[in-house]
Design a protein around this ligand. Structure first.
Ligand code: KG4
Ligand code: ZN
Length: 328
């Protein structure tokens, strides 16, 4: 089965072709247009998707040596995401669907992230727990099979990636700041967690996360110091912040694993690129933790195509929804 995947939910425009679960082509344009604003500007994102999407499609057809007529299914992200950005991908997908009469399905972006891990680990067995950590989402899902998910815990405010990006902005890094914070933290040579930032606990559901208090704690810490101190201690600040996020993610994941009795873990989403996070979770789950390579952690269309292939195999595809929504 050949699937054309289309992803445009936020600030990555991506088109991919997969054949029986294997990637034939996967092009990604990461919009640098937002770096100076400290976050994604929705209108700029929609325009940038419009400018790039058809060229990316031509590239994947060229790279794979295939034509649109040879596709068995079109898969497009239709929620959640930025409304205008989603509409660009959906309209493009519907254009191909109408012109070439190829079946089409809408895919949930988070379902795409969950299945991104299977692109390189096709043998991963159900059930598993998926820790989805990105710029827009932080949640733990119990995955019993394609289409059967239970959210065990999620952030009640900011996503983990959002916390990285906002703290990065306070420290003068460009958006997205996750990678820069990780790099700066790696320069720290002192004792781990030298600055004690708080880990929030959510009493209503101990598996939920909260990162807005941490972000505020970093803000107050920085405002209590002069610029020379901040300049000389950026690695320590980044290391302590990063470590606090990692401990928060780790403790919930361990608790979710104990509660469900499931030891197989998938770590997915942009923050899963973080090598310290990978190392810490490997210590807890040894060889039962799976993660995609960094290119497939961040937003990409290959993961959307794979989720669609899995749905098609089960006969549970659906027409894309044309009422894009910013929330789940
Ligand atoms: O999955 P993704 O591409 O987009 C969303 O669906 O949100 O994730 C992007 C997020 C950004 O917040 C970015 O700062 C974060 O992933 N990120 C990282 C790292 N690389 C990307 N966070 C921490 N460490 C990294 N190495
Ligand atoms: Zn994403």
């Amino acid at each position: 089965m050949r699937v054309l995947g289309i992803e445009s939910s936020c600030d990555e425009t991506s088109i991919a072709i997969i054949e029986d679960g294997k990637i034939l082509a996967n092009t990604i344009y990461s919009q640098l247009e937002h770096s100076q604003y400290g976050g994604v500007v929705p209108e700029i994102a929609s325009r940038a998707h419009l400018e790039k999407i058809d060229r990316l499609a031509s590239t994947v057809f060229q790279e794979s040596g295939l034509s649109p007529q040879q596709m068995d299914l079109i898969a497009v992200t239709d929620s959640p995401g930025l409304a205008g950005a989603l509409l660009v991908g959906i309209s493009f997908a519907l254009g191909l669907h109408t012109r070439y009469r190829i079946p089409i399905t809408g895919i949930n972006h988070l379902e795409g992230h969950i299945f991104s891990v299977l692109l390189e680990n096709p043998g991963l067995q159900f059930p598993f727990l998926a820790l989805v950590v990105s710029g827009g989402h932080t949640a733990i899902y119990r995955v019993d099979e394609i289409g059967v998910y239970q959210c065990m815990g999620q952030t009640v405010d900011d996503a983990a990636g959002e916390a990285f990006d906002k703290v990065g902005k306070m420290l003068g890094f460009c958006y997205p700041a996750g990678k820069s914070i990780e790099k700066e933290a790696s320069l720290y040579t002192g004792t781990n967690n030298s600055i004690n930032f708080p880990i929030a606990r959510i009493w209503a559901n101990p598996l939920d996360f909260s990162f807005s208090g941490l972000k505020t704690a970093v803000k107050y810490f920085l405002s209590s110091k002069d610029s020379d101190f901040i300049k000389n201690n950026r690695p320590a600040i980044c290391e302590s912040f990063q470590n606090t996020v990692i401990q928060s993610l780790r403790s919930r994941l361990v608790a979710a694993s104990q509660k469900s009795g499931i030891r197989r873990i998938a770590l997915v989403g942009g923050v899963a690129c973080n090598s310290r996070l990978r190392e810490e979770l490997k210590k807890c789950f040894c060889n039962e933790i799976y993660f995609p390579s960094t290119l497939l952690c961040t937003d990409n269309a290959a993961m959307i195509a794979l989720a669609a292939q899995k749905r098609a195999e089960k006969g549970i595809t659906r027409f894309p929804q044309m009422n894009p929504s910013a929330s789940l």
